[in-house]
Design a protein around this ligand. Structure first.
Ligand SMILES: CSCCC(=O)C(=O)COP(=O)(O)O
Ligand SMILES: [Mg+2]
Length: 243
C-alpha cells in the first residue's frame, strides 16, 4: 500500500531527546517561578491572563499557593509525566525563550530535509506529540539552521496539522490513532498513513489502529530489545524512507 501521509512524533524521532530533557524542561523550571510570583492568590479564573486560566484547572490543594504550584510542576517534570496542564503551561514559557533567541530546536538534518521535500498536493505531514500544539508550532517555527549559526528555519508551512494529548488522547492508546485517522479523513485507508516514533508502545498502538508504523532509533533513545527489532521496522534516519 502506497503511503501518502506521515504522522511524526517529535522527541526522539525528529529531534534529540536531550534537547527536551536538557534544554526545554530546565528552561521551564528556571523561568516559571518568575511568572508565578506576579500572580495574586487565591487564583481567579475570571482573569484574562492565560497563565492564570491554565493554573485555575489545578486541584484546589495545589493551586492555593505559589510554592505548592512550583513543587507540583517540578515533580511532574522530574518524572516526565505527560500532564495536559503542565504541557499547556510549558508552551507559554518556551515562547519567551524561542522569541528572545535562547531556544532553537536542533531538528535532525535528515528530518529537515524530509519535511522540506515531502509535502505536495497529495502528500501530507502531521505532527503528533505529547508537547502541546502551541509548543509544537513554536518548535517548528524556530528550527536551528544546520548551515548557519545565527538563522532559524520555519517548517510550519510544510505541515498540514498537529495533534497533542488534549486533541487526540494519550500516545500509547490505539484509540488516539483512530481519532487521528478520523480527523485526517483516513479511516478507510489507514495503511496509507505512516507513523514514526522512538517509543515502542506508541508504534504498537498505531499499528493496532491500522496505520503503518516504524520505530526511529536515534542516539540517546531508550534501548530496543531483540524482540522489538524482530517485531517492528526500525530506521535510524528519515533518509531511509522509500515513499
Ligand atoms: C513539542 S516539544 C516538547 C516535547 C514534550 O514536551 C514532550 O513531552 C515530548 O513528547 P513526544 O511525544 O514528542 O515524544
Ligand atoms: Mg517521542
Amino acid at each position: 500500500m502506497m503511503v501518502d501521509t506521515l504522522v511524526l512524533d517529535i522527541e526522539g524521532t525528529v529531534c534529540p531527546i536531550t534537547f527536551v530533557k536538557d534544554n526545554l524542561f530546565p528552561y521551564f523550571i528556571e523561568k516559571f517561578p518568575t511568572f508565578i510570583t506576579n500572580i495574586e492568590f487565591p487564583l481567579s479564573s475570571t482573569l484574562e491572563d492565560p497563565i492564570v486560566q491554565i493554573l485555575s484547572q489545578l486541584p484546589s490543594d495545589i493551586k492555593e499557593s505559589s510554592s505548592n504550584i512550583i513543587n507540583h510542576f517540578k515533580d511532574l517534570v522530574a518524572k516526565d509525566i505527560k500532564d495536559p496542564i503542565l504541557k499547556s503551561l510549558q508552551g507559554f514559557i518556551w515562547k519567551l525563550g524561542y522569541e528572545n533567541g535562547e531556544l532553537k530546536a536542533p531538528v535532525y538534518p535528515d528530518s529537515i530535509k524530509f519535511i522540506e521535500s515531502y509535502p505536495s498536493t497529495t502528500q501530507k505531514i502531521y505532527i503528533y506529540s505529547s508537547g502541546s500544539i502551541k509548543a509544537q508550532i513554536l518548535l517548528f517555527a524556530y528550527v536551528k539552521d544546520p548551515n548557519t549559526d545565527d538563522k532559524s528555519l520555519d517548517l510550519n508551512p510544510q505541515l498540514s496539522g498537529y495533534f497533542d494529548i488534549t486533541t487526540a488522547g494519550y500516545k500509547t492508546e490505539s484509540s488516539s490513532y483512530e481519532k487521528i485517522l478520523q480527523e485526517i479523513n483516513k479511516v478507510n485507508d489507514p495503511q496509507s498513513v505512516l507513523f514514526l516514533s522512538d517509543n515502542v508502545k506508541e508504534v504498537s498502538a498505531a499499528i493496532k489502529a491500522g496505520m503503518q508504523s516504524y520505530i526511529v532509533e536515534r542516539p540517546g533513545n531508550a534501548p530496543l530489545t531483540e524482540d522489538d527489532r524482530k517485531t517492528y521496522t526500525v530506521i535510524k534516519s528519515l533518509d531511509e524512507l522509500k515513499l
